[in-house]
Design a protein around this ligand. Structure first.
Ligand code: ACO
Length: 360
């Protein structure tokens, strides 16, 4: 058996197709390129959940109302929860949301990462949480709840593009976790909590924070080759590179690089920061090709995510929470697809431990 279950097909889905050989992502019939060019996060949520949940006529308004409903739980963020790493604080607050398979609990789960992450970060900084404005688009309100003022159109568009880009991605580890729990008919909140827990790890959604640590470690473009060479010699992995499925460049990396360039053009990213990132990317790709000629290792979604979320004012230890704010749409849709059409997921293991002694 392969311990990472690669090549194992564990679900049929209409939700997304990850074409690893050609570097293409399709979300319910729409290519990622088209999706980022034409859709807001609310549109993608509609696309993903259509047929799996009874969607209201005005989904953006319903999502705004869900943000307000979820904000009532912010009072539970006591000092112990605020002191946790943000993703653990988010997990603790999301555990308060009730299980259920209807539209209201589903939208509250979608709203929760944006509402709770902003509130937790403000409380950690000694500031009052900012209540949602249900009339605003989700991405705009997320940044407003974080910073206390309505963001610029460029900032809101950049976060929206990020949320759209990461909304769904086949049977990744967190989505699989959601489907396993959904297959037991445990309910949506339980499925989403399992997914969030899987997302937290550095091999999945926890990588973009360490990408910035790497940029800080490198310091200046000219030092990138030597710094990265040393890291690889120590047996370290370069964060933001490599992917289980993609054997070519992750198409999401380009979607986000485009957003990062737009932010840089608007002055929200220092030109030196972008130049450093591009130098690190080039040096990393060169070295990975030299050191691992048999294993294509290309830039993944997390590399430019790091720059984008840094420029939008998110602290690096909260990047996974922002990832969750996008991916939660996919988790909910997959959980519903599994619960409605799938069977209990219960694979086999091969016992390789000792056997009881049999008397001669
Ligand atoms: N840097 C250096 N070497 C790497 C990297 C990397 N980023 N990624 C894989 N390798 C090497 C491994 O060391 C291994 O080498 P070996 O065969 O000599 O031991 C070989 O490539 C294959 O690695 P696997 O672990 O088998 O590949 P897997 O498909 O399990 O890993 C993963 C995929 C976890 C994403 C990996 O590439 C990695 O750790 N990347 C860095 C972390 C990261 O960026 N995570 C975010 C992924 S995107 C997402 O989940 C949203």
């Amino acid at each position: 058996m392969k311990s990472g279950l690669e090549d194992v097909v564990a679900a049929e889905t209409v939700l997304s197709d990850v074409d690893g050989a050609n570097g293409r992502l399709i979300v319910r019939g729409v290519s990622l390129d088209e999706l980022v060019a034409t859709s807001r996060y609310e549109d993608v949520l509609h696309l993903l959940c259509d047929g799996f949940l009874p969607l209201p006529d005005d989904l953006p308004a319903a999502l705004g109302a869900a943000r307000q409903a979820v904000f009532a739980h912010v009072v539970a963020a006591d000092a112990a929860i605020v002191a946790l790493p943000p993703v653990e604080g988010l997990r603790a607050l999301m555990a308060r949301l009730a299980d259920g398979d209807d539209i209201d609990p589903a939208l509250q789960l979608v709203a929760a990462p944006a509402v709770f992450t902003s509130a937790l970060l403000r409380l950690r900084g000694g500031m009052e949480p900012v209540a949602p404005d249900p009339a605003l688009p989700h991405a705009t309100d997320f940044l407003r709840m974080l910073g206390g003022t309505v963001p610029s159109p460029q900032q809101a568009a950049a976060l929206d593009r990020y949320l759209v880009t990461v909304a769904d991605h086949g049977l990744n580890a967190s989505t699989f976790a959601a489907r396993v729990v959904a297959s037991t008919q445990a309910g949506l909140a339980s499925a989403v909590l399992a997914a969030l827990s899987a997302l937290k790890g550095p091999l999945h959604g926890g990588a973009p924070g360490p990408v910035l640590d790497m940029l800080d470690g490198v310091g200046k473009p000219a030092d990138a080759p030597a710094w990265l060479d040393n890291a690889l010699a120590r047996g370290e992995r370069l964060m933001g590179f490599g992917h289980r499925i993609y054997r070519v460049r992750d198409p999401r990396a380009d979607a986000l690089k485009g957003a990062v360039r737009l932010l840089a053009a608007s002055g929200a990213i220092e030109p030196q920061r972008l130049a450093l990132a591009e130098a690190v990317e080039q040096a990393a790709l060169y070295l990975l090709r030299q050191k691992k000629p048999d294993r294509p290792l290309e830039t993944n979604v997390e590399f430019y995510t790091a720059l984008l979320l840094e420029a939008l004012g998110f602290p690096r230890d909260a990047f996974t929470c922002v990832f969750a704010a996008g991916r939660v749409g996919g988790w909910v849709a997959h959980a519903r697809e599994q619960a409605l059409g799938g069977r209990l997921i219960r694979p086999m293991s091969v016992y390789v431990g000792p056997r009881p002694q049999v008397a001669a």
